[in-house]
Design a binder for this molecule. Sequence first.
Ligand SMILES: [Fe+2]
Ligand SMILES: [Fe+2]
Length: 306
Amino acid sequence: MTPLLAPSVSAQIRGRVSEIETLPTIPTIFLPLLKLLNLPLEQVKVDDVVKLVSYDNTIAAQCLRMASSPLFGLAKAPESIKSAVISLGLRRVQTILLTCSMGRGFPIKDWTIDPTVFWKHSLGCAMVCRKLSDKLAIADGEKAYMAGLLHDIGILVNCMVFPREFAAAMAHAFRELITLEEAELATMGFCHCDTGLALAQNWHLAEDMIQAIAHHHRPECSDAAQPLVALVHLSDLLCRMRNLGYGYYERQRVDMTHDPAWAILAKDYRALDQVDLVRFTFELDEAVEEISEVVGMIFGATRTVI
Ligand SMILES: [Fe+2]
Ligand SMILES: [Fe+2]
């Protein structure tokens, strides 16, 4: 089920989003990497990943530094991408690469949202998705990480192709202390889920990623991969409750366990009811500093526009 938008609005979004692909600043490895991430692991060759990364030395270097950050688990930076793959596993190296190439894929110029705030939220959500899937023994924690990292990609689309409209939406959200999605719908008539959906389809992302991007604010509306979408929804909420939101206080009352996403996830993963949420939020608070460090390292984002 896709969001209910007038066909003319959908067409306008799709038309403007298609221009993004032609921007010269998107790193060469970004789209091939996403395609590789969509393949089943047994079809991915280590050498293909190494070859892909060697196109961009900066990304390769960032990736090696990032592999040794506490968030990714190696005590010492690996000497090559191949040794990183051996120590961390192919999927994890792919998600590190994705994180690094995201910083290059979306250059910071006159963003309406503070880039530091945005990347902290996205990376925070990616981390929470992975941590939560570990706790629930969900098989593909790296896929969950990727969904968390990409879930708000529509916000970047808004910054790049609808800058004036999105600035008005952000200002409305800051003034009324409502959710960003509500403010976008009230002022623009569409939200970052719609623009994210257009970009995800344009990039031919896997269906579960498309669902997470398009429906993370309403997992009950997704018609595939509902548990993944619900996981992203809950992780997004947790981040926004713990100072890893969009840079302002949202006046919404959140009761995670009564959220429809909780029931969706609990249906497939009974262990959810055993998760100690208070403890989990403390763990997230402890990770905030590390997340900020990685954001500085990878995205080098420091400007505030609003
Ligand atoms: Fe969102
Ligand atoms: Fe979000």
